[in-house]
Design a protein around this ligand. Structure first.
Ligand code: FNR
Ligand code: LAC
Length: 372
């Protein structure tokens, strides 16, 4: 396929185009999962196992995809997952992503390890009518002063929630990154950390520089008790990302979390971990309506979103396909990836007899030939 002559029709076609736009090191970093990439593949396979049970003869002439997440409106149930180092895909990096999220009416979660700063990303979206649904994703560093400063900056810049990633006490072993000796190329930096401490992703022979960064800088000792401290730093609602068990979800609520992201980090952390869609069922049951539940991992089609919602998620996060859009065409590419998903969800809802998200329920799905 040629970048200029072919208009990608779906997210898989975007991935094929992106392969030609990225350096090998960036592509491998974006695409890879941990060890044998079993969980990476399982995330997709889990969606294919569930089958839809469409309802017929429903008036679907008007369809509404809008919803609220933590009381904030979005045009469709989608947020862009936090992903590090987006300037590897295009020079505007996270700013392009944020603008596309804003113009498309979806949410965005900014990574602690972004290559554009908390303030740059927030201010790039100022000036339009509705407030952007922007959350800040936090990695707790050993240096608690540095961590506190990140939270305060996110709050002051107008981010609406703090999304603590809990599945990465150490970095998962991504062997492609080890082979490539992954490091940030000259000119790119950890934009949120450069003024505080000048931290960067080091080159290290035979190792992923990001793995070394995690080992040196992030705190693998954090436990549930630290959530109290974290919540004392700002009034931002707490979201925990990376929960895969019902009992952990219940604990998250007891410790004050307002939302949970069921996630295995896109198969990049513990390989062999349960597919996130399969964990969703257990988490939804345990939470029993006491917190909002989101999910990510392997969402590539509108029907995947529909299935996740039918199993009880309020919204989904999408990761890698956003980077493929960013690599192919910057802000416009991200906007188009979102619009493809929106169109697919819209058509899938119509064909399933759902005029609005309220009509999407567990009866819409089966895992075998009979309703579950
Ligand atoms: C991630 N992810 C991630 N998560 C997080 O909490 N903080 C981060 O900085 C990153 N960085 C990151 C970089 C890249 C390149 C990828 C692909 C992923 C995980 C991400 O938020 C999300 O959980 C998964 O990407 C979802 O799976 P899919 O949609 O990529 O299959
Ligand atoms: C990753 C980290 C940064 O998945 O979360 O690469």
């Amino acid at each position: 396929m040629n970048k200029n002559s072919t208009r990608p029709l779906n997210l898989f076609e975007y991935e094929k185009l992106a392969v030609e736009c990225l350096s090998q090191m960036a592509l491998d970093y974006y695409a890879s999962g941990a060890w044998d990439e079993i969980t990476l593949r399982d995330n997709r396979a889990a969606f294919e196992r569930y089958k839809l049970r469409p309802r017929m003869l429903v008036d679907v002439s008007k369809r509404n995809l809008a919803t609220h997440i933590l009381s904030q409106p979005i045009q469709m149930p989608l947020l862009i997952a936090p992903m590090a180092f987006q300037c590897l895909a295009c020079p505007e990096g996270e700013i392009a992503t944020a603008r596309a999220a804003r113009s498309s009416g979806v949410g965005m979660v900014l990574s602690t390890l972004s290559t554009k700063s908390i303030e740059e990303v927030a201010s790039s979206c100022h000036g339009s009518d509705s407030p952007a649904l922007q959350w800040f994703q936090l990695y707790i560093h050993k240096d608690r002063g540095l961590t506190r400063a990140l939270v305060e900056r996110a709050y002051n810049a107008g981010y609406k929630a703090l999304c603590l990633t809990v599945d990465a006490p150490v970095l998962g072993r991504r062997e492609r990154d080890r082979h490539n000796e992954f490091a940030l190329p000259p000119g790119l930096q950890l934009a949120n950390l450069v003024n505080i401490s000048g931290l960067n992703i080091p080159y290290q022979a035979g190792e992923s520089g990001l793995f070394t960064y995690f080992a040196q800088q992030l705190d693998p000792a954090i436990t549930w008790k630290d959530l109290e401290w974290l919540q004392s730093l700002s009034p931002l609602p707490l979201v925990l990302k990376g929960i895969l068990r019902g009992d952990d979800a219940v604990r998250a609520i007891e410790y004050g979390a307002k939302a949970i992201v069921v996630s295995n980090h896109g198969g990049r952390q513990l390989d062999g971990a349960i597919a996130s869609l399969n964990a969703l069922v257990e988490v939804v049951k345990a939470v029993d309506g006491r917190a909002e539940i989101l999910i990510d991992g392997g969402i590539r089609r509108g029907t995947d979103i529909l299935k996740a919602l039918a199993l009880g998620a309020k919204a989904v996060l999408v990761g890698r396909p956003i980077l493929w859009g960013l690599a192919v065409a910057g802000e416009a590419g991200v906007a188009r990836v979102i619009s493809l998903l929106r169109d697919e969800l819209d058509v899938a809802m119509a064909l399933s007899g759902c005029a609005s998200l309220k009509d999407v329920d567990s009866q819409l799905l089966t895992c075998g030939t009979t309703p579950s």
